[in-house]
Write a protein that binds this ligand. Sequence first.
Ligand SMILES: NC(=O)c1ccc[n+]([C@@H]2O[C@H](COP(=O)([O-])OP(=O)(O)OC[C@H]3O[C@@H](n4cnc5c(N)ncnc54)[C@H](OP(=O)(O)O)[C@@H]3O)[C@@H](O)[C@H]2O)c1
Length: 264
Amino acid sequence: MRYALVTGASGGIGKELARCLASRKWNLLLVARDEKALAELAKELSQTHQIDVHYRSADLAKPAEVESLVEWVNGLQVPLGVLVNNAGYGVWGAFETVDWQAQQQMLQVNVMALLQITHRLLPLLKASGKPAYILQVGSLAGYLPLPYFNLYAASKALVNSFTRALACELRQHHIHVCLLAPGAVATRFNERAGLKDIPAAQRYAMPADAVAKAAVNGLFKGKAIVMPGYSNRIMARLVSCLPKGWSMAVVARIYKPSENQTSH
Ligand SMILES: NC(=O)c1ccc[n+]([C@@H]2O[C@H](COP(=O)([O-])OP(=O)(O)OC[C@H]3O[C@@H](n4cnc5c(N)ncnc54)[C@H](OP(=O)(O)O)[C@@H]3O)[C@@H](O)[C@H]2O)c1
């Protein structure tokens, strides 16, 4: 059986994606910074599903660590059939007040690491000679410019757009590329983004296991986009029909930090 690489597998959606792939008997390569969480998940999944699981701690905000990760994957000399670029996070706040380094690092993880890993591992995905799969985790947030969540939404707009184009380019090579574009999901995302005091951001959050299940089903069924949740699909439609200025004004009212709220 071939291997699936999952970034951001230490928690949230990535951990559930790894579980879904394991239940389909994919061997796994797990990546994130939290080595202890990866080790525990590797033990759980290898014992439960009798699969081979390797893991590696890597900070994807550092290009050199992304490169070392790619070398590690190539060095394992295992057949790679699935690549899941899931690692990512948001930084909330007014653009001018958020620390510049924090914004740069987010872009590095959400965008540059995803592109670098995809570019560098495509030869390995092609090498197995069988159909291969790439799942890129974008977001519903990439469908509309979001005031006070500005660069996060822009980073996901890039992922969303890039993924659709790449799917078209790779179809002839039998590599199926799928975009997962979730709305709110109950993970550590909001806490990490500094959004935990904004109740609207967490309302209607879907469980991570349901999102992961829909994503993996959609990936292997050859879907171009998986957007779990009926209300999220309606939201995406509305956003494309309503005047952008009006939608952004609503978002700005929800996300604008109050005087006593601090962003990153
Ligand atoms: N939750 C939502 O509402 C939501 C909605 C739409 C899209 N998404 C997207 O879904 C993906 C997963 O997020 P989540 O909701 O599952 O959040 P999460 O629970 O915070 O998980 C984020 C994952 O990314 C990893 N990660 C973060 N920074 C990293 C770094 N510098 N290097 C390596 N790994 C890093 C984390 O691992 P370590 O901390 O161990 O490194 C963790 O495994 C993200 O791309 C996010 O943008 C989430």
